[in-house]
Design a protein around this ligand. Sequence first.
Ligand code: NAP
Length: 493
Amino acid sequence: MTERVRVAIIGSGFSGLGVAIKLREAGIDDFVILERGDDVGGTWRDNTYPGAACDVPSHLYSFSFAPNPRWSQAFSPQPEIFAYLRRCANRYGLYRFARFNHDVRGAAWDDTARLWRIQTSRGDFEANVMVSAVGPLSDPALPDIPGISEFQGKLFHSARWDHDHDLTGERVAVIGTGASAIQFVPEIAPAVGKLHLFQRTPPWIVPRSARHLTELEHTAFSSFPLLQQAIRAGIYWGRETFVVGFAKDQGVMKVAERMARRHLAKQVPDRELRRKLTPTYTIGCKRILLSNNYYPALSRSNVDVVTDRITRINPHSVVTADGTEREIDTLILGTGFHVTDMPMAQWVTGRDGVLLADAWKGGVQAYKGTTVHGFPNMFIMIGPNTGLGHNSMVYMIESQLNYVIDAVKFLGRPGVSDVDVDPAAESEFNVDVQKMMERTVWASGGCDSWYLDDNGRNTTLWPTFTASFRQQTRRFDADRYEVRSAPVLENVR
Ligand code: NAP
């Protein structure tokens, strides 16, 4: 049986829950949340690797309309953020809208009926509006290394951590030294027998505040919410100034680089190891990482940082370009996610049966990071060029919420059936974004990062102040859209 709804939200992480909360606040209850997992939480449900935590301060990394006065630390660990999202889902009564274990397999725009036809692993749905809230960090990227499929030991990705597998005393290889690896490596290093850490590019790392919030602070935030709001605003504006270094004047990044170099010098006494761990690109070109325990873990006698390129993986070993073969029991991939090649592009088809991946052949783009010409009534949360290197993604999500909910309300007007962004508006917007991008450290910092697509174009990050994105998404600008009225068909809501 096909279930018909006004809005189908795909995904129940921060952004999917945000959409659901704001729909309910707008008095719209005719929606479903299609979720492939068995609970809400998205990336914060899936990334359970040891040491998983947020590198954005918790006061800021939460919904502005649902503060949590009881964060345990300045930067909270994953279980607390997951619990926070579940609490939000409960508080706003969202569980009854969720369809868990519904893996979306396809979504096609029916231009006659003016609705989305969505196929999931557990049944079909029809929706006037489809909001993709699948997130850019949901599908693990597995490295294409010769022989990897024949590996006979234990293998898993950091986002699919196998907690039943005991690493104690094992010979373990870790591939990747990004935001995830630098958090789990210090946790597993003391337990394993030997850890070979395969590093392709060293990250820049700065110290992280490990401060625990006190009971007094919890009481104060509970009793005086304005106090927490003021701190949140302070953190937001403090981080917002970083845009100057990232996107306007890279000279400013020297301050951060000095801090990172001092951190490395202080924590890694061994000169050879320090050399291996010193990046050669401008700080900020890749995500700046925060850690106090990563470098000390690498100085342990059972940890070996390998910078030679991996050429092959054998059933029980990893071989590098210098011919060295390292025998291992377990291989852990900290190799990140499919970001610029969003998997949803392969299963969404718009007007005239055009596959989103084909519409994006020339490069991934959207109007205001949210809508794509030829895909009416589709809104992408954390879409192209909405990512951040310096501030909280929740701020960007809340900006998009204003836009999307306003659009859904607009679509509820009598006679309006669908909106399709004007291709000229989409193109102008992206020309501006890419122009601003030219001056950023991500474009000229001398690194290759997951922010860039195969053509070296940054389709991931927002290139300027987030307040400007908030301003642009305050309202749904119907004048930049082709607005069509309902066809004379009784099955359109
Ligand atoms: P990532 O930052 O993309 O790092 C992937 C790592 O794997 C990099 O070191 C990369 O090397 C390496 N790698 C990828 N393919 C490889 C290959 N074929 N051979 C050798 N090395 C390879 O992934 P992540 O650490 O999972 O983090 C992804 C994003 O998730 C972060 O940037 C961040 O936005 C988010 N995250 C956030 C937090 C948080 O605290 N809020 C925590 C974890 C993750 P290269 O650098 O040379 O490409």
